[in-house]
Structures are given as structure tokens and as C-alpha cells.
Design a protein around this ligand. Structure first.
Ligand code: NDP
Length: 679
């Protein structure tokens, strides 16, 4: 008998007491492993996540979590060959496995790097600017995000045993929320192997990730208002879980990614033989055969201008005839198997549904020539291309055949096209192949309300395009309506999904203390030591230097104009400047004001300030004229040590005022400041 897969719960591996159900190879039906969740303490796992995993993650900042994910991604990459070997048994070719394995690990690394760049080295994320809520400024408000105190339950489909869980785990981990991963039974042996390597790496805190293999029917029962469920799978299961009393009544945050009848549109501007025509057909065929079409993002509906339908069908059929189906290890094979015989039966059933209105123009659902394996014991099938029938027929817009299957549908004009695509009731992705910018705008804006992502493909971006079917960690992956409303990816948006946004109101001092960022209205501390003489350990929020005044002369303005070449009339030409309705006379360059301010606040001697790497939010508020005198106030606003660097970032609040105390410029100065030895 083959090995029984184990769950990893409450800090240890757990083997069920019974023999479990066999999991069969997609290639030849041989038994690979057995699976059972009998005896797994689901409530205990949830409790362990909340009481051990959550607190352990809470002790780490976003940057520390990112460092752990990065190290994990690198460790998994180093050992990925064993994952590839096992992945073949799911029916995947090497290229398919790359999407799953490298794609999954790449998502970890992408989240790690984004978190380091876009999140503070803290546990609180500040959302937007401070809102002034009172006349005198003693009462202000701002939004903060903090990690929810629950567990992120991730229920995954069979088609991506690696990427499926890593793409959900990464943003939850960065947010500081522990995960319980529940893979689909069929391919759980691969998830279990990767998970084993994760546990062995020792890189993630105890309780931050747990694995439940086998059925987990009661998994939502212990959940409550701080917990979330991210589900990928069939629409039926999604609907059943969405109706769970804890989702409906206890506020469990539930997102799903279920059926998605993704569309690909050939623009009405494209003619047969254009490079865009070739791109369209190539992409359609690629999406049919990669992962044998078992991708939530695969093209199911191919919309083509009526006059070009025959040409597209002919070109696609010619390419599909080149596809070699068989054992991914055999030479020349370009498409592997479906994940199981049951899955193949499901797809055949869906094709029968589609043929109520459409007709098959390529392939036979019941028979396929197979290289290097047996067509009966393996879950192989031919790619199937259909031509849609009556435009009113519902099937192509309702039935997701989760395999190498697509239906070509015709349209007459863009208005009708948008209505037809919308009949999918919300999808993960659509692509539009056109070289006409006006059409691209019209179609994208028409389709956008129904989609999470839209790819516009033409001969200019084709070479570098990541393709229709590839969700990217930095862009939304999820879609409205039928697609489920999930958004696992999408850069930091995916992280914030696991956090609670709270509006905090109080004095500026309170907001400074809560958000760990100095808020205007909080005391400024002016000491004997210039803040530029303090290293990252010595500097405190609110440390301030007030410098000036400095009178701006007409000669300064003329000199700056000559020196930089910025001889815009408002700085040079009395008559023209006088006629300017905003200025009514010569004014100083905004950049002169900023430069003079730097000249005032800088402490020139070598010291802990290493570099100025930019300014944010620069605004010129009041014109500066000759004889105005400028004073600048610079205050340490946020202090962020960088992981594994000898320095950190300091953001300074800068306000330049004139002799009437009117603000003439406000901005944030960004510097790199050396750490002390011990930081
Ligand atoms: P299922 O909905 O049957 O299963 C998905 C996941 O949910 C599995 O991990 C399954 O576990 C789990 N599950 C099922 N019931 C429960 C429950 N009551 N409580 C907790 N977990 C549960 O989908 P499949 O993976 O079998 O895929 C079936 C079809 O779904 C595909 O043929 C395809 O049409 C569609 N699909 C759509 C996707 C998309 O995004 N568009 C992606 C993947 C699939 P277990 O395996 O142990 O039953």
C-alpha cells in the first residue's frame, strides 16, 4: 500500500488512523498515495493558529515577515526538482509544472520584495493622509490597518497544488495572519511534499502555517468574525460554503474563485494575416493546452468578428493538429493529462452540454492518440474547439468545461460584443487583441466592470507580454460576480484584505503615538544637536530644525534662471509676469525655493545622513517674490530601519514659510541615515 499523506496541525505531523482513500496518477492510474483527514482536530488547528501563530506573527514587523518569506522562497527554489518530478503525476508537462511551482515560489518572492518596498518596518499600515476634523487642529483622524486576530483558511482546487496555496499564504503571512491550507484531495500529495519542505526549513514561526489534507467538512465550524476563508473550486461548493452559518451570521470574511468563463476578443480592426490575427490564434491555442486547459484563467469564449470566424477556426484547428498529447516525460509531448479520470468525465459532460448549441470543429472528446502512455488508464483527452450556434444560446456563457476546451463565438459590433461578454456574469480575465487605441479604450471600459484583469495584446507588447492566463502577484487576481469576488493577489491590496481598516480620531499627538509617524500638530522638539547629526538610533520622531530666514533677491531669481536655463517668463519678463493672472509679477522658481530651503536646513559636515533619495508630495502654495524671506521647518516624520542594511529611511516633514508665516511650500524629504552598531 502507498504512503498515507499527513496533515500538519498544532505544530506536528498527524497521520489519520484509517487507511484513507487512494490517490491515482493522472498518467497511468497507479496509486501514488492515500489520503484521509480522519481524526484531525480542526477546532484545535484553528485555536492553535489564533493562540500560537497569530501572536508569533504579531511579534514580527512587515519587513521581518518579508525576510522570512524571501528566505523560504529561496530555499524552495533550491530544492524544486523533486517538486517537478512529483508534479508530472498530476498530468503536468514541465512547462505546466513551471507555472505551478516556479509561479508559486515567484509569488512568495514578489510579495517579500513588495512588502519591503511598500510597507513600513512596523505592524501598522497607515492608509491615506491625516484628515483635519476641527478648526484649531486639535482633533484629527486617519485610517490605520492592523492584522485581524483570526486565521486565514485557504481551500484550494486540484489544478494548482503549489501555486494555489502559496499565492494565498503569501499575502496573509505578510499581513500577520496565520494560514490553514486545505488542498484538494486529487493532487494533495504535491502540496504535502512542498509543505514538508516548508516545515523542515524552520523559517516560518510556529503556528503561522498549518496543513489539513483530506476532507475537511467541518473546517468552517470553529470560525468567527476575525477569520477569513479564501476558496477556489467549483461554483457549487462555493455556494454551499458561502451559505455556512458562520459566513452568513458570524461575519467570517469569505471570498471565492469559482467558475470563470474568460473571454478573448479579436478586435474588429484586425484582418486575416495581420500580426494581431496570428497573436490571437496562438494565444487561444496556448490557453487551451497549457495545464490541459485546467486553469481558472483559461480562455473559454473566443469572440471573433463574424467575417473572420472561419479563418480563425481554420488557423486554430491547424495548430491544434500539431499538439502531441501524452506522458509529459515522453519526447515531443506538448499537452499532458487532466488531473484524474473523474475530472475527464466531468469535462466530457460539460462538452455535451455545450454541444446543445455549439458544434465541435476540432477534436473528439471520447478519443485521443496518446504518446508514451495508455489512453484509457491515464486521464488524457484531445483539445476540443467548438463553434457557437445561435447567439441567444446560454451554454457558452454558463458552462465551464474545465479542460482543453474553447468555443468560438461571433459578434457584429462592439456594443453587441460587450453585451455578449457580460453574459459570463463576471470573469477573472479577458483579453482584447487590437491595434486600434480607440477600440481598445471602448472595449476595455465596456468589459472592465465584469473583470478583475484585462490584457490588451498587440504586436508591440506581444514579445514581452506575460499572457492572458498568467495571474501576476502585483495585479488583481480575482473577479466579480460568477468569478467569486476574490482578490488573492494584487500587490499590497491582497495583504490589506487580511487586515482591518479602522478610522482613528483624536489629537495629533495620539495619532503620532498610534501610527508611529509624526503628525503635524504634535510637539516639535528643537534641541541643541542638529537632527542631521543623529544616527537612526538617536533620532526621535518630532526632532526638528528651524532654519532661516533667508531673503530672496531679484538677483537670486535671475541667477537661478541663467544657471539652470529655466528662463520661464514668470521669472524673467516683468511685463509678461505682471499679466499672469496667478502671479501679477516676477516670482521665484519653485525649485529655487526648495534649493534655498535645503541650503538652510542642511548640516554640511560628514555625518550619519548618507543620502537624499527624493521628495514626496511637493506642493508650491504661495508665490515667492523678491524680498520675501523664507524660513524652513524640518521635522523627523518617520524612521524606518532597513532589514540587513547599515542604514534606514528617514522621512522629514518640510514646511517653508514666508515673512507673513504663509506656507509657500510643503513636502517630505526622504533621506538614508546610518544605523548605530546595535540596530
Ligand atoms: P470542489 O469545489 O469540489 O473542491 C474545491 C476544494 O473545496 C477542494 O479542496 C475540496 O476538498 C474542498 N471542499 C469541497 N467541499 C468542501 C466543504 N464542504 N468544506 C470544506 N472544503 C470543501 O472543486 P474541484 O477542485 O473538484 O474542482 C471541480 C470543478 O471546479 C472543476 O472541474 C472546475 O469546473 C471548477 N474549478 C474552477 C476553478 C476556477 O477558478 N474557475 C478552479 C478550479 C476548479 P476535497 O478535494 O477534499 O473534496
Amino acid at each position: 500500500m502507498s504512503r498515507l499523506l499527513e496533515s500538519y496541525v498544532q505544530g506536528r505531523w498527524f497521520a489519520a488512523a484509517d487507511a484513507g482513500k487512494p490517490l491515482l496518477s493522472a498518467i497511468d492510474g497507479a496509486e501514488i498515495a492515500r489520503i484521509s483527514s480522519a481524526g484531525v482536530d480542526l477546532a484545535g488547528a484553528v485555536d492553535y493558529a489564533r493562540t500560537v501563530g497569530g501572536p508569533a506573527l504579531a511579534r514580527l514587523t512587515f519587513h521581518e515577515r518579508a525576510a522570512a518569506l524571501k528566505a523560504l522562497g529561496q530555499a524552495l527554489l533550491a530544492g524544486k526538482e523533486e517538486f517537478y518530478e512529483l508534479s508530472r503525476l498530476t498530468g503536468a508537462t514541465r512547462r505546466d509544472s513551471g507555472v505551478d511551482i516556479d509561479g508559486g515560489i515567484g509569488t512568495l518572492l514578489s510579495y517579500a520584495s513588495k512588502a519591503r518596498r511598500e510597507l513600513p518596518n512596523s505592524t501598522v499600515y497607515l492608509d491615506g493622509e491625516v484628515e483635519r476634523l476641527s478648526k484649531q487642529g486639535s482633533f484629527v483622524g486617519r485610517h490605520i490597518y492592523t492584522a485581524r486576530r483570526g486565521v486565514a483558511v485557504q481551500i484550494n482546487a486540484f489544478n494548482f497544488p503549489v501555486w494555489g496555496f502559496l499565492e494565498k499564504l503569501a499575502p496573509a503571512f505578510i499581513a500577520g495572519v496565520p494560514s490553514i491550507v486545505k488542498p484538494a484531495g486529487q493532487t494533495a500529495y504535491l502540496t504535502e511534499l512542498v509543505f514538508r519542505r516548508i516545515v523542515e526549513s524552520g523559517l516560518l514561526p510556529a503556528g503561522s502555517v498549518q496543513l489539513v489534507v483530506g476532507e475537511a467538512r467541518g473546517l468552517l465550524d470553529p470560525l468567527g468574525g476575525q477569520d477569513s476563508v479564501a476558496f477556489t473550486g467549483s461554483a457549487d461548493t462555493a455556494a454551499a460554503l458561502r451559505a455556512h452559518p458562520n459566513v452568513v451570521g458570524a461575519g467570517v470574511r469569505f471570498t471565492a474563485e469559482a467558475d470563470s468563463l474568460n473571454a478573448s476578443v479579436l478586435g474588429p480592426d484586425v484582418r486575416t494575416g495581420d500580426p494581431e490575427f496570428e497573436l490571437y490564434v496562438t494565444q487561444l491555442v496556448t490557453e487551451m493546452i497549457v495545464k490541459a486547459g485546467q486553469k481558472c484563467t483559461a480562455i473559454r469564449r473566443a469572440f471573433v468578428p463574424a467575417a473572420l470566424v472561419d479563418d480563425v477556426l481554420e488557423a486554430a484547428a491547424a495548430r491544434l493538429a500539431q499538439v502531441v498529447v501524452g506522458d509529459p516525460h515522453a519526447d515531443g509531448v506538448t499537452m499532458g493529462a487532466l488531473a484524474s479520470l473523474e475530472q475527464r468525465a466531468e469535462v466530457v459532460k460539460s462538452i455535451r452540454g455545450l454541444t446543445k448549441s455549439a458544434r465541435i470543429v476540432f477534436g473528439d472528446p471520447e478519443s485521443v492518440q496518446v504518446v508514451g502512455a495508455c489512453a484509457d488508464s491515464g486521464a488524457f483527452m484531445s483539445p476540443i474547439l467548438l463553434r457557437g450556434g445561435e447567439k441567444t444560446a446560454p451554454e457558452p456563457h454558463e458552462l465551464e468545461a474545465f479542460g482543453p476546451v474553447a468555443t468560438v463565438l461571433d459578434y457584429d459590433d462592439t456594443g453587441e460584443l460587450i453585451e455578449q461578454v457580460a453574459r459570463g456574469k463576471g470573469s477573472l480575465v479577458a483579453s482584447v487583441v487590437t491595434k486600434d487605441l480607440a477600440l481598445a479604450r471602448e472595449i476595455v471600459l465596456g468589459l472592465a466592470p465584469y473583470h478583475g484583469r484585462i490584457l490588451v495584446l498587440d504586436s508591440e507588447d506581444a514579445r514581452e507580454s506575460t499572457g492572458h492566463g498568467s495571474p501576476l502577484p502585483v495585479l488583481v487576481h480575482g473577479g466579480p460576480g460568477r468569478a467569486g469576488g476574490g482578490e488573492e493577489l494584487g500587490g499590497i491590496r491582497g495583504v490589506l484584505h487580511h487586515m482591518q481598516r479602522t478610522a482613528v480620531q483624536g489629537t495629533p499627538k495620539v495619532l503620532t503615538a498610534v501610527g508611529d509617524q509624526w503628525v503635524a500638530g504634535t510637539d516639535r522638539v528643537i534641541g541643541d544637536v542638529h537632527p542631521f547629526r543623529k544616527n537612526l538610533g538617536e533620532l526621535k520622531l518630532g526632532d526638528t530644525i528651524v532654519a532661516g530666514p533667508r531673503v530672496v533677491s531679484r538677483a537670486d531669481i535671475a541667477h537661478f534662471a541663467e544657471f539652470t536655463g529655466d528662463t520661464f517668463y514668470a521669472h524673467m519678463d516683468e511685463a509678461a509676469a505682471a499679466a499672469n493672472p496667478l502671479f501679477g509679477g516676477i516670482v521665484a522658481h519653485g525649485y529655487l525655493v526648495v534649493s534655498l530651503a535645503a541650503g538652510l536646513f542642511v548640516d554640511p559636515a560628514p555625518g550619519p545622513v548618507l543620502a537624499n533619495f527624493g521628495v514626496d508630495n511637493l506642493r508650491f502654495l504661495t508665490p515667492v517674490r523678491a524680498q520675501d524671506s523664507l524660513t524652513v521647518t524640518l521635522t523627523a516624520k518617520s524612521i524606518t530601519p532597513r532589514q540587513s542594511a547599515a542604514y534606514g529611511e528617514v522621512r522629514w516633514d518640510a514646511v517653508v514659510v514666508n515673512q507673513k508665516d504663509e506656507a509657500v511650500a510643503t513636502y517630505d524629504v526622504l533621506t538614508l541615515v546610518a544605523k548605530p552598531e546595535e540596530l
